[in-house]
Design a protein around this ligand. Sequence first.
Ligand SMILES: [Zn+2]
Length: 507
Amino acid sequence: MSTFDLVVKNGTILTVDNTLSKKRWFAVKDGMIAAIGDRDDFAGDAKEVLDLHGDTIMPGFVDAHVHATLAGMKHYGIDLLGINTVSGVLDAVREFCAKDPSDKVVYGFNMTMAKDMDDKRAPSRAELDAVTGDHPAIILNWTIHGGILNGKAMEYLQATAPKTACLVDENGYFNEDDPIAHILNLFSDEDFENFFMRVSEDCASMGITTIHALDGFWVKDDRDTDILLRVLHKLPIEIRPYTQTFDVEKIRNYGLKQIGGCLPVDGSPPQLTAAFSEPYHMAPHTRGFLHYTDRQLYEMVYNASKAGMQVIYHAIGDRAIDQLIYIYQQVDREIGIRDLRHRIEHFSYPSVRAQEMAAEMNIVAVCQPTLANFLDGPERNIIEFQLPKEKAIWQENFKIRMESGVTVANGSDAPAASLNTLDALNACVNMHNPERRISLDDAMKLCTINAAYAGHQEDRLGSLEVGKQADFLVIDQDPYSLPSGSDLSKLVIKATYKKGKQIFSRK
Ligand SMILES: [Zn+2]
C-alpha cells in the first residue's frame, strides 16, 4: 500500500507560509498535505505523481467577496456591457428572446446608466415589450441597484407584491433593490443550482478553490441561500455563505456562524452615494448617504456577536466607516468581538482613527484591488473626482492599511468586477498610481492566507503547509522570476486541485 495518495514534485512551490518559503515537493494523504520538502529528495511512494516539469504551484486562491448567485446567473442572461444606445440594447434583448419561445424570466445586466447612453435615456417598457415576447424581463444597470422591467414582469409584480410595484414608474424604471428580489425569485430551484455550479466551475478554471458568497437580499426571502446550503456539498470548490440579512434568528436556524455581506452602510462613489464627511470635490452639493440608523446597526451587531457570529457590512466613505466602527467598538466594550473578526467590505476611505480602531479590534478589511485599479485608471480617475488630489491617495490604499496593522484580504466583488484573481494580483503590484502598489509578497497574502483568515479558515486553507488542505493551482511561470512591472494577469493557470483532486485542467 502506498504511503501517500499524491506527490507533487519537480517544480517551484510557493507556500505562502509565515516566511513565504519556497519548497520543491509535497505529498498528500486524505486530501491534506502530509509531508513537504526543500530539496528534490522525495523518497516515499505515492499512488499518483504530479510531475511539474518546472511549473510553479501556489495555494488555491481564496476570494472573500463574491456575489455567487449573480456571478453564476450572468451565464444565463444578456450581457449589455459597452452597449451605449437604446437600439443596441433592444437588439441584444430581441436576439436573446427569439432563441427561446417560452415564458421563462429573462435577465439582462451591465446596462449603461441612462445618463451615459448616447440617447441620454434607457429603453422604455413599451420598447422592451416589443422584443420580449411572452417573457417577463428585468434589465439591470451595471451597478445592480436599479434598472427596467417589461410589462409581463410588471404584471407579475403588481399581482404578487403591489407595494413593491409602486417603486417602478410607468416606463418600467426603478432605482431600488426590492423589485429585483421579486423578479429574480421567478427562477426555479434548478436554475439557482445551475448558477452555483457555473460560478464554481468558473472559479476552478481561475485557480480559485474557495469563495465567500455574499448572497440573499437580491432574491426574495433569501431563497438563493436556502438552495446554496442544499447544494454546497456537490460543488467542486468550497463556498462559505454570508447571507445579506439583518435577521440573526434566521442565520441561527441555518446553523451558520456568519451574517451580512454587501449590506450597504453607504452607497457607491460613481453614484455619489458613498458617505464622506466632506462634500464630493467635483460635486459639492452632496457628501453621500447613510442607509441605516445607529440603532439598527447596533441591534444587529450586538445580537449577532452575542450569538457568536462574524458580522460583515459594506462601508466605503469615512462617514460610513466611522458609523460602523464606533458601533463595533461599543459592542466590543460590552461583550467583546475581537475573536469574531468582524469585517468591513471595501473599507476604501477610513479616517485615521477608524484605521487604528480596525487594527486594535481585529477588524478585517476586505478590499477590491481590481476595481480600485479600474477606478484609478488613467482615463477614469474616479477616485480623484471625489476628493482633492492630496486626500485621494489615502483612498483604496492597501499599503497604508497594511502598514497600520489592519489585515487586508482580497474580495473581487464579482460580478461587479472581474472574478479572476490574477487580475487582483496584478492590480496590487502594478496599480496605476505607484503610491498604491504593494509588494508581490503582500499581494500573494491578500489573495490566499489573508482571505482565508477573513473567513476563519486559515487553519485549513490559504497556504501550503503540513496539516493543511491540498488546495493549489499550477501556473506556467514563477511570478517572482518575472521582471518587475510584468503583467501578472497573463500567467497561465494550467490546473487546479482541491483536497488533492484535480478540479480543472487546461486542455
Ligand atoms: Zn459586493
